[in-house]
Design a protein around this ligand. Structure first.
Ligand code: XMP
Length: 520
């Protein structure tokens, strides 16, 4: 995010931790504006009057590998409150005269933490009756307390698990308060913000919307942008943000691959073209996709063919529009969470898995990814702020390759039609029974086997339909949803009785891992 020059904020100095964006997220949840700057880029002047507190993130470095990180300690010597987390705690200790060394007992996972003294940082942090658990992930630890610091809490392996210099408002925690595994971690961050930094609430989804719109305008100026619109929540939010930011300079391209859910193309055109008045180019490439996929059963080949065809279609339309300089995508933070450091990297690489495969490099378009620092639930809140319908906002994720990867084996028009119907019945039943919003993602798949059944007095020999419904936080791990017998039986009956081509239904009860959410 670009530097916000006139808003009170918390400055997060990123040392490359996988959790840095989670710190920012917790601060946003508490209604406060924050900004992340890589330790490689931070300058003394960034710590201006608007900075009300500094958080030093964790990271994979070792405080003694001095050449691998640059950090001007003057930044934290201006009297502004500082909270060091994990590696940040170790740096804070070291620059204040403490010592850090390799720990005899590396700590990864949960540890019980015990209070040693009261602190503003830990008001309402410790559980009264049960043990308070914190999430640790470190190999080094503070071995000598810095000068004028006190111990606030310890774990068995970390004597200096929470330390403070109350007068100078310097605080260090060896564990990660930003992850949900830490009990009351958010309370600790809240105390830092409001009791120690004394910052006022200044951040809401509306502020976020305004800032993202401004950032888009700053980035693209008067240039044209194309947006790959799938109709899912992420690309819909991106499209609406761009629509608000640049209006007619935005061209959304919606490709009907023939492997969308039933009636999906009609709904997308209706919403975006008619209701939201967005420049929408609807491309019906059904025949092209199905022709290319004929006789292909290998899942990776299917994905490649679909990805490449998307590129061709986009190129075709980008040429027609002329002077397109940017491509907008709905990349979210979890999509790039494994990349090194979002703020430190020059460009964010797209995972072929989540996007249309190599598109920007080939087309030499610059990327506009306004959601790349956000998590799915934040995107949903933003969608509400942008007046997108609840139907779009609460939609289950749907993969780019669509039904093609929910149909292991060969793809035929007949199979697509059968699958579209089965999926429709299943999803409709979830909605009718108030279950849709309780489930993170659900779908029907068609397996490439036929089995024998009996209907009336006749033998049937038809396809096997698999139903999958999972709960998840971010799609990285998942568990199956436990339906009542009566519900799943009703869906099974409806599918078998209504759809010619399916005579058996199974329910997938594997979690992720070891399975994935999709079949291919
Ligand atoms: P897996 O199957 O990897 O899926 O457990 C995790 C989440 O990602 C979605 N998914 C995709 N989304 N393009 C997408 O836009 C893809 O190629 C793709 N493959 C999987 C999947 O639906 C689930 O939500």
């Amino acid at each position: 995010m670009s530097l916000e020059k006139s808003t009170d904020k918390i400055l997060i100095i990123d040392f490359g931790s996988q959790f840095t964006q989670l710190i920012a997220r917790r601060i946003r949840e508490l209604g406060v504006f924050s900004e992340i700057i890589s330790h490689k880029k931070i300058k003394n002047k960034d710590n201006n009057n608007y900075v009300k507190g500094i958080i030093l993130s964790g990271g994979p470095l070792n405080v003694y590998e001095i050449n691998k990180y640059s950090f001007d300690k003057k930044i934290i010597e201006k009297g502004i409150p500082v909270l060091g987390i994990c590696f940040g705690h170790q740096i804070l200790s070291k620059v204040n005269g403490g010592k850090v060394k390799q720990s005899k007992h590396r700590e990864f996972g949960l540890a019980n933490i015990n209070k040693r003294k009261n602190s503003l940082l830990t008001k309402k942090f410790f559980n009264n009756k049960k043990k308070t658990k914190v999430w640790m992930s470190h190999a080094d630890q503070v071995s000598k307390l810095p000068k004028n610091f006190n111990v606030v809490a310890s774990t068995n392996n970390s004597r200096f698990a929470i330390i403070e210099n109350k007068k100078k408002k310097l605080y260090g925690v060896q564990f990660h308060p930003e992850v949900t595994h830490t009990d009351n971690g958010k309370v600790l961050i809240k105390n830092f913000l409001f009791s120690i930094c004394k910052i006022k609430k200044n951040w809401s989804p509306k502020d976020q919307k305004m800032k993202l719109i401004k950032n888009i305008r700053d980035q693209v100026g008067v240039k044209k942008v194309i947006c790959a619109l799938s109709g899912g929540v992420d690309s819909s939010v991106v499209a609406q943000l761009l629509n608000k930011a640049i209006g007619k300079k935005l061209y959304c391209i919606f490709v009907n691959t023939g492997m969308l859910r039933k009636n999906e193309e009609k709904q997308v055109v209706e919403t975006f073209k008619r209701k939201l008045k967005i420049n929408l180019i609807y491309v019906n490439a059904e025949k092209e996709f199905i022709k290319r996929l004929t006789n292909i059963s290998d899942p990776e080949k299917k994905r490649k063919i679909i990805g490449n065809l998307f590129i061709k279609i986009f190129e075709r339309y980008a040429k027609k529009i002329k002077d397109v300089k940017f491509l907008a995508q709905g990349t979210l933070y979890p999509d790039i969470i494994e990349s090194k450091s979002v703020t430190g990297s020059k460009t964010s690489k797209i995972k072929s898995h989540h996007n249309v495969g190599g598109l920007p490099e080939k087309m030499k378009l610059k990327l506009v990814e306004p959601l790349k620092f956000l998590f799915k639930d934040e995107v949903r809140k933003l969608g509400l702020e942008l007046n997108l319908s609840k139907e779009i906002i609460s939609r289950h994720p749907f993969p780019g390759p669509g039904l093609a990867i929910r149909m292991p084996g060969f793809i035929t028009k007949e199979k697509i039609n059968i699958l579209k119907e089965a999926d429709y019945y299943f999803i409709q039943a979830l909605k009718d029974h108030g279950l849709y919003d309780k489930i993170w993602q659900a779908y029907a798949a068609l397996l490439p086997v036929k089995t024998v059944g009996v209907m009336g007095d006749n033998r049937t020999y038809e396809y096997l339909c698999l139903l999958r419904a999972i709960t998840s936080e971010d799609g990285m791990t998942a568990d199956f949803y436990e339906f009542k017998k009566s519900f799943i039986q009703k869906v099974s009956n409806k599918i078998v009785n209504s759809i010619r081509g399916i005579n058996r239904v199974v329910y997938d009860i594997t979690s992720k891992p070891p399975s994935t959410i999709e079949l291919e």
